[in-house]
Structure formats: C-alpha cells, structure tokens
Write a protein that binds this ligand. Structure first.
Ligand code: CA
Length: 388
C-alpha cells in the first residue's frame, strides 16, 4: 500500500474551495445524432479557488448532475486544503479511493473537471500559459475541423439540402475540414456522404456514426466513405466492441477514430492494444483531465496511434484541448508535417458562445493558442448567472 504525503517544498498555495456551476440552455431546434435528439445543452463548470483568491476553471463532459454530485460527495475532500500544484498526488488519491467501485463514470468526469481547473490555476499562479506548463507549444495556431451537420426533424431531402448549406458556411469561414453525422439509416447515410463529397470535392471530410452500426453495416459504410475519400470514420461500433473494431480496421483503409466515451490510460490501453483504432479522441473534461490526457497520449504515441481531443462543451474545455494539442509530439513527424485537425464544435450551443468574456479566435480554420496565463480564458459572470 502506497501512502502519499504532502510535499513541504515549493509553492505553498493551497486550495481554499471548489464551486460547481450547473449550466443549462434550451436549444432553438433539436440537435440529433444517431442515438437521440438533444433539446438542451447542460454541463458543469468547476471553479477552484486558491487561498489568495485566484480562481481556476474546468468543465465536466457527460451527464451533468452526477458529475456535479460526484465533485461534492467524492472529489472535493481530496482537493480542498491541498497544494494547488500537487495535481498528480490529488489525481492518484481520488483514483485509489474509488478504484474498487468507480474506475469509469461520473467520478472520473468530476475529477477531470477539477484537474482541468487545477491546471488553469497553476498557470495563473505562475503567470504561464498552459501550453508552457505542458512542455511547450510547437505551433501558434492549430488546424481545426468544424463539427456540425447534426440531424434535424425534417424530411431527409430537406435535411441534406440544409446540411450542404451548413457545410458551405464552414467552408466560407475558412475551415478546410468538416465532420458530418451519419448513423441515421443506411440509405440516408450514403446519400449525405455522397452529396457532401459531390458539393465539396477538395474538402477534408470525416463522418461520425456515434456507434450506430453492426460490424457488417460498418464495413459497408466504411467502403462508402473510402469511395468518397473521407479522412476518418468515427465511432463506427459500440465502444465496448473492441474485437469488432480490430476486425473492421483490418478490412478498411479509411482511418478509424474512437475514444470520446473512454476514460483513463487503462481504458485507452484496451482500446489501443486490440488494434482497432488509428486515432483516439480522449475528452479532457471526461477522460481523467489534463493529467490523465498526457498519459493517454504517451500510451497512444508508443503504439503509433494518433490523438486528437474530443471537445463538446464550452470554450473552457476547448481551450484545454487547444493547449494540449499544441504540445502534441509529432507522429511520426516530418519537415512538412502538420498537426492532426482538432475538433471545433460549431453546433448550436449558447453555453459555448456566451460563457467566456472573449471567445477563442478561430481564423481561417485555425484556432489561435492563447498566451495568457493558464487556459487563457475569462469566464463571463453574467452568462454564469443567466444559465444556472
Ligand atoms: Ca463523436
């Protein structure tokens, strides 16, 4: 049994309190993907305050109420009173305490949000941007793909027309890559894939099925994506069907991406070592935070698997992903290599648009890596009050 002790060296700034903010916003129109329609967006923001009053911000991805409750009931105790800089110690204490019952789920989402806030705080207290704390950004801006083209409750021909218009707006805004939703039904899926390719012959396109398919269906769909030159096929299969992922990947050339519903290096180890993925997509607001994201990336890198974070919350989570991605090691690396596209959610989300005083600049499809301390973002207190 390993016991952890507080370090008496270095900065002695301690955590004074943790506050959570459960934010909700109804959507103007339902936002559909292969599993259901979202009618609202809801998430938990985490505010960690140090003894000197400095605050750090994080967010949790996944069901909001359980994550909020898990912070209060399970995580807070291990953080308040601890040294702000002891992110590894804190992570392992929480992990060890709940190892028997909660290796996966809301407690890990809760820890992710708290860990993110602690990293923001470490940056603010040292005056360093997060990318510097993580080892140094190789780039000033990160290429992004637009995530959109969700399903709407419309006749399918109208939906395809609307999807083409939506993609045109992203191209107009400078995005060189767009990810669409599939997994509605096979007829529609093929139509939308082909319509997008026909309308945008040179655009990098990806398709996300949100685990809608059986193995045979995924094989069929994978070939449709290959015929249309799609870059990756996201979550073709159920997240637990690891052997099917490996079979699918052995029969397709299109890259397979997955991992937004996975957590910790241990979960990602199973996903990676079965050989079913080319790209993993940990969500830093869910996978165990920035601390765990670094370990997941090191693991993936050793297997030659690429990493690009999933991000589907506010600008806080997007900023974390942006800093994290900007310090990605080259994989494999070459003179004229470029980072893998980072996800930039463009679907309707008033929380994302309003929760920061100043949104992160995405110019010509590139997100500019913030240079201010920590995550480099400021929370808009009025928006917080409005969405509580
Ligand atoms: Ca996805």
């Amino acid at each position: 049994m390993v016991e952890f002790h507080n370090s008496s060296r270095g900065e002695e700034m301690r955590v004074a309190q943790i506050q959570t903010h459960l934010l909700r916003s109804r959507l103007k129109r339902p936002l559909g993907f292969s599993q259901f329609y979202y009618r609202e967006r809801a998430l938990v923001l985490v505010e960690v305050t140090a003894e000197d009053g400095t605050t750090g911000w994080g967010e949790c991805y996944g069901p909001a109420e359980p994550a909020q409750e898990a912070i209060r009931a399970c995580v807070e105790n291990f953080v308040v009173g601890q040294n702000v800089f002891d992110t590894e110690l804190i992570w392992h204490r929480v992990w060890q305490r709940y190892l028997d019952h909660a290796r996966h789920g809301p407690i890990m989402a809760a820890l992710s949000g708290v860990d993110m806030a602690l990293w923001d705080l470490k940056g603010k207290l040292t005056g360093l941007p997060l990318h510097r704390l993580l080892g140094g950004a190789g780039v000033e801006k990160v290429p992004c793909y637009a995530t959109g083209l969700y399903f709407r409750p419309l006749p399918e021909d109208e939906l395809i027309r609307e999807s083409l218009q939506e993609a045109a707006r992203y191209v107009e805004a400078g995005f060189r890559a767009v990810k669409i939703k599939i997994g509605k039904n096979l007829t529609f899926d093929r139509q939308v894939v082909e319509a997008l390719r026909a309308a945008f012959p040179h655009l990098t396109l990806m398709a996300d099925a949100n685990h809608a398919y059986s193995l045979n269906e995924a094989l069929w769909m994978g070939r449709v994506l290959e015929d249309n030159g799609y870059f990756f096929f996201e979550e073709p299969l159920a997240p637990h069907a690891l052997e099917d992922y490996a079979l699918l990947r052995s029969k397709l050339e299109v890259a397979i991406a997955s991992g937004e519903s996975e957590q910790t290096r241990f979960g990602f180890r199973r996903l990676i070592e079965t050989g079913g993925v080319d790209i993993v997509q940990p969500d830093l607001a869910f996978c165990g935070g920035i601390s765990e994201g670094l370990k997941i990336r090191a693991l993936a890198n050793a297997f030659g698997v690429d990493v690009t974070p999933h991000a589907w919350g506010t600008g806080i989570g997007f900023a974390a992903a942006l800093h994290f991605h900007a310090v990605a090691p080259p994989n494999p690396g070459r003179l004229e290599g470029e980072l893998l596209f980072l996800e930039c959610d463009c679907s309707e989300n008033p929380l994302r648009e309003q929760v920061l005083s100043e949104t992160i600049a995405v110019e010509d499809g590139y997100a500019v890596v913030p240079n201010r301390p920590g995550l480099g973002v400021e929370v808009n207190q009025e928006a917080l009050a409005k969405f509580q």
